[in-house]
Ligand binder design. Structure first.
Ligand SMILES: Nc1ncnc2c1ncn2[C@@H]1O[C@H](COP(=O)(O)OP(=O)(O)OP(=O)(O)O)[C@@H](O)[C@H]1O
Length: 351
């Protein structure tokens, strides 16, 4: 059963069977909202409705549903409906930014406002038969900087704070002082002699970012399967760069020994060094990075969590026994050219 914020389904199903399948979550909600409204509060609904974009929910029927709910509440309400993914979908704050633009010039006092939502990451408890399906509402409020309450807390049905969390990934934890880029600390970023660096990490783990640093600062050539198409072309291009005396960075996910061995063998054959750089980035951080990339680069493709799970399933920890001179761990060292991007990266982007 979905718990809902203002309404719940009449059918008892998680998703409503049609746009008439709703009832108030609590009978007291209209009178409580009327009191707030007459005390000068503005009431705004923010709702994620991706079903509209994928045509599971009819846009006009949904509009009628919102109008019927607002009529039942009996107070003026402004509603924002996010119909797709991207920056308007909670926990991203696009809908809040729209509110600020459409608030008749009245400045919003975030800290004095309250955001009430049921996607709150709550635990399964004796009164709650299932845990919440997401944290989207709690994280939206945190991203905006508005205090948060669950409907049960706000409408007085729960006397104490409902247990929730912890978040699967909190980007703020990555922003600590004194984190070394490479482990061991004395591992050089650049080798004095020509070498191959084989990167290993989830899609979105930051491999291309490191590869770009090495290319720009130290002239390393980048080999990337997404650009070249096949591993055979990657190996052939690698050989031709090495013959010119260049160092290389292999910017592929390389989760298994087989994909790494090709480059270890080429290095051996040509008598040069080969190191492995493993991104210190778990699946949740990679998901966050992918969301960040999609939000900041409109040419970037979204990568599904299934692709990430496939990488995880194939992953074999690299070792020096595979033929590497050294296996180096690469830590996330945040670097942003644009202040807005740093602000966005610090927000909760996955729920
Ligand atoms: N050190 C960093 N500081 C700031 N942002 C970063 C950093 N590392 C990665 N990112 C951001 O995370 C996102 C993913 O990084 P990147 O594209 O480098 O990953 P990748 O491992 O090469 O992904 P893929 O395998 O899908 O190509 C990008 O938007 C990038 O800007």
């Amino acid at each position: 059963m979905a718990y809902g914020t203002l309404i719940k389904t009449k059918s008892g199903k998680v998703f409503p069977i049609d746009c008439r399948d709703w009832q108030l979550l609590f009978e007291s909600i209209p009178s409580e909202l009327k009191k707030l409204s007459s005390d000068g509060w503005k009431i705004v609904i923010f709702t994620n409705q991706k079903g509209i974009q994928v045509a599971k929910v009819d846009r006009n029927e949904f509009k009628k549903k919102i109008e019927a709910i607002v009529a039942k509440l009996g107070v003026p309400v402004q509603a924002f409906v996010s119909v797709a993914g991207g920056r308007y979908r909670k926990p991203c704050i696009g809908m809040w930014e729209e509110l600020k633009l459409r608030n008749d010039g009245v400045e919003i006092q975030e800290a004095e406002s309250v955001f009430v939502g049921d996607a709150a990451g709550r635990h399964k408890t004796t009164i709650r038969s299932k845990k919440d399906h997401s944290f989207a509402d709690r994280f939206f409020a945190a991203n905006v900087g508005v205090p948060f309450k669950t409907p049960e807390e706000f409408f007085g049905k729960s006397k104490s704070e409902e247990p929730w969390g912890p978040p699967v990934f909190d980007p703020k934890h990555l922003f600590k002082d004194g984190i070394q880029l490479l482990e061991p600390e004395d591992a050089p970023l650049k080798s004095e002699k020509p070498e191959i660096i084989v990167m290993v990490g989830f899609p979105g783990s930051g491999k291309s970012t490191i590869a770009k640093w090495l290319a720009e600062q130290n002239g390393y050539k980048i080999i990337n399967r997404d650009t070249l198409g096949t591993w055979q072309k990657c190996v052939a291009t690698a050989r031709s760069h090495l013959k010119n005396g260049d160092s290389l960075i292999i910017d592929n996910t390389s989760p298994d020994k087989e994909s790494r061995q090709r480059y270890v063998d080429v290095a051996k054959e040509l008598g040069i060094g080969c190191r492995c750089f493993v991104m210190n980035c778990d699946m949740e951080q990679a998901q966050h990075n992918i969301r960040f990339r999609v939000l900041t680069d409109n040419t970037a493709a979204d990568i599904s969590s299934m692709v990430l799970r496939i990488h995880k399933g194939k992953y074999v920890e690299p070792t020096v026994e595979e033929g590497f001179q050294q296996v180096v761990r690469v830590n996330f060292q945040p670097k942003f050219q644009i202040e807005e991007h740093e602000k966005l990266y610090k927000m909760y982007l996955i729920d």
